[in-house]
Design a protein around this ligand. Sequence first.
Ligand code: GLV
Ligand code: MN
Ligand code: MN
Length: 419
Amino acid sequence: MRFAEIWASLLPLGRDPAAGGYRRYSFTDADTACRNWFTTRATERGLRTETDRNANLWAWWDPPTPRPGFPGRGVGDAGGFLTAVVTGSHLDSVPDGGAFDGALGVVSGFAAIDLLREREFAPGRPVAVAAFGEEEGARFGIACLGSRLLTGAISAAEARDLRDADGVSLGAAMTSAGLDPAGLGPDENLLASIGAFVELHIEQGSALDGLGEPVAIAQGIWPHGRWRLDFAGHADHAGTTRLPDRRDPMLPYAATVLAARQAAAEHGALATFGKVIAEPGGTNAISSAVHAWLDARAPDETSLMRVVSQVEDAARRAAADHRVEVSLRQESVTPPVTFDPALRARIARTLADRGITAPELPTAAGHDAGVLAARLPAAMLFVRNPSGVSHSPAEHASIADCEAGVQALAAVIEELAAR
Ligand code: GLV
Ligand code: MN
Ligand code: MN
């Protein structure tokens, strides 16, 4: 099946017709539709499907003559390891996300397998397409939750305590989607069975467009994280409360947003407040509380922590000025990632041998490959996104560039999974 055909079969799922964006939140009906889509695409290819302990999906293309595998340090190491070559990405989305973020990597995984089979390639080791759960953290707040659980970067107990905006626990949400939360937690056997993970993703920037190439190799990921700030004030009447009498949490929140922008600019970093909840949310009432989430990213950990501490200081000062209480809590931090240099070099050589020029690019976007990189050789391919827009319905890559991505991914799988 051609890329465009597989792509078209996923496109309608979880799309909000009014906004034009995707609302594929974990363990909702839209997510279940995406999971069923994954299983159908795998089954029609004769791939063995599996849902792991952490609700991540796997579609396995087993080698024709299976031999007992044993854990290895990576594909291509001496000893003929039979560890698997895994590709894939995620199917969940941010609120009103684009069609490509995550989905492109999963569709490209299936399309690459189709292409390799058309060429009668027989893998010498298992090949899999994976779809990791709750990558965006849009429902439960922790990005890359599925891969973090798999690798032990977050404990099962911590994950079980997570609640969505309506107070529904992760466990309850999984159960209502027909998934079993009992086994949540690290899966050392599954990890040991993977020799390399190569995630294909739409570029979330426009560097490739500037370079005139359709495909890049990721160099690494900036350290980044999420912090929750709670401002507690005093609810009162918007028309009758004198300005000096107010304890309005919206004011220190507003000052904190401006301070975050300033701190980011000072440190060559990025800081965003993209989610804020004002309680109780009446137009004619002073808020009793404001809950806000800071997303911060920087080229190095020192700059990241400086940005966060400047934001925290500004929040405390502004809160004191307005007689408001404030607390700040770290929700998640991902350390800097440098993708496996040997795997990157091997991918670059493989692509160059096929006449594909793939520049290396760093990114400030988070990915499951970045989480897995702490435990196994991981790498990423990026596909050109001319406008650079992502996390928005305007995100776009041309079908021709997506097909170039599939060609590159197929070449990489062929190289890594050769007999
Ligand atoms: C994921 O897309 C992230 O970078 O937040
Ligand atoms: Mn994303
Ligand atoms: Mn993504």
